[in-house]
Ligand binder design. Structure first.
Ligand SMILES: C[S@@+](CC[C@H](N)C(=O)[O-])C[C@H]1O[C@@H](n2cnc3c(N)ncnc32)[C@H](O)[C@@H]1O
Length: 331
């Protein structure tokens, strides 16, 4: 069973392509800018932020990191909407918003839910990029930009949805007000270091009275945190690439037929009962000596689905897929 592929909305694709054309840069210059920013992200030291002052960074982010993060957020917000997590929330704060990746998604698909947003971003260049991109969006939400957030301001907006998309990775420590929040969405790179940090954060949030809505379908200890020092949890998303993106990718060593991300969604509200009836596939398909195995999660145990490949040669689940526990027990 495979989930549907995520796509960029046409207007955003169009806006990106037009901006790249206006830059006058060759495909080779764009892909080397992407490669440089990607290397910078991979090798950066803790607390180093995106170098928005460089025009090379702006182009690389526009052509590559923005579309990929948009698709990751789109995938996650589909699930959160289905779970009812967005019910009753009307305001959002996007901390480290960059070029407004989240806002562009919310404009496109959730303008009926959110009536107001705040983008917290230090770099004026990122805001300028957003102002340009938003012109293509058929819908919008009133938003306010800020370069910082005081604890006082946060306490006035405590019930808003606070989103940290690829921004905690740029902070040396969590903001002082982090645990005063009510609704938190964190999305981070799916490498071991950042993935393990999310597992630590999950434990801390639970100890402070938060409930976890995603990726976990339970509130027990995390089996990957408890029983391993190496594992971490991440999702996989299939990407239906627009043609211009596939063309750029031909010149890049990274291939993005599917994308991964690590995330954590926590709230002061309890999740609905239906979450406890679900389990999540937390591993890719493993085939060993005719036997197929896939890790899944529904409590603090490390659990595997197992079947003989010859019994069901085509069976495979998608990493991150939610599946009913009844279906699992019957398989
Ligand atoms: C990798 S970008 C992510 C942008 C966007 N959220 C996304 O998902 O595409 C991280 C952003 O966080 C911003 N940032 C880092 N530390 C910040 C801080 N202390 N206050 C405000 N913005 C910050 C950086 O300028 C950068 O634009």
């Amino acid at each position: 069973m495979r989930p549907t592929e995520e796509q960029l909305p046409d207007w955003l694709s169009h806006q990106i392509v037009e901006t790249l054309k206006q830059s006058g840069l060759s495909r080779g210059s764009i892909t080397s800018a992407i490669q440089n920013l990607s290397d910078g992200y991979i090798h950066r030291s803790e607390g180093v932020t995106t170098s928005w002052e460089k025009s090379e960074t702006q182009i690389a982010y526009l052509a590559y990191f923005l579309p990929l993060n948009f698709v990751r957020l789109q995938h996650l917000f589909h699930e959160l909407n289905d779970l009812g997590f967005l019910n009753g929330i009307t305001n959002y704060v996007d901390f480290g918003s960059g070029p407004g990746t989240l806002s562009l998604l919310l404009f496109d698909q959730y303008s009926n839910i959110f009536s107001q947003g705040v983008c917290v971003e230090r770099a004026p260049e990122a805001k300028r990029l957003f102002e340009h991109l938003r012109k293509g969006s058929p819908q919008s939400i009133p938003i306010h930009w800020a370069t910082d957030l005081s604890s006082k301001k946060v306490s006035q907006m405590a019930s808003a949805l606070f989103v940290f998309s690829y921004s905690l990775v740029e902070l040396e420590k969590l903001p002082d007000w982090f645990f005063d929040l009510h609704e938190i969405v964190v999305v981070e790179p799916s490498d071991r270091t950042n993935g393990r940090k999310i597992l630590e954060l999950r434990k801390e949030l639970l100890s402070r009275g938060f409930h976890i809505w995603s990726p976990c379908t339970h509130q027990d200890m995390c089996p990957l945190h408890q029983h391993s020092k190496r594992d971490w949890c991440h999702q996989r998303v299939l990407l239906d690439q627009p043609e211009w993106f596939s063309e750029l990718e031909k010149d890049l060593p990274m291939k993005n037929r599917s994308l991964t991300y690590s995330h954590l969604v926590a709230s002061r509200r309890e999740p609905p009962q239906k979450l406890q009836q679900l389990a999540r596939i937390t591993g890719d398909l493993l085939v060993e000596k005719g036997r197929s195995r896939q890790m899944f999660c529904q409590d603090s145990e490390r659990r595997f689905l197992q079947w003989l490949k010859r019994d069901d040669p085509h069976l495979s689940y998608f990493r991150g897929q939610l599946i009913s526990r009844t279906q699992l027990n019957n398989s």
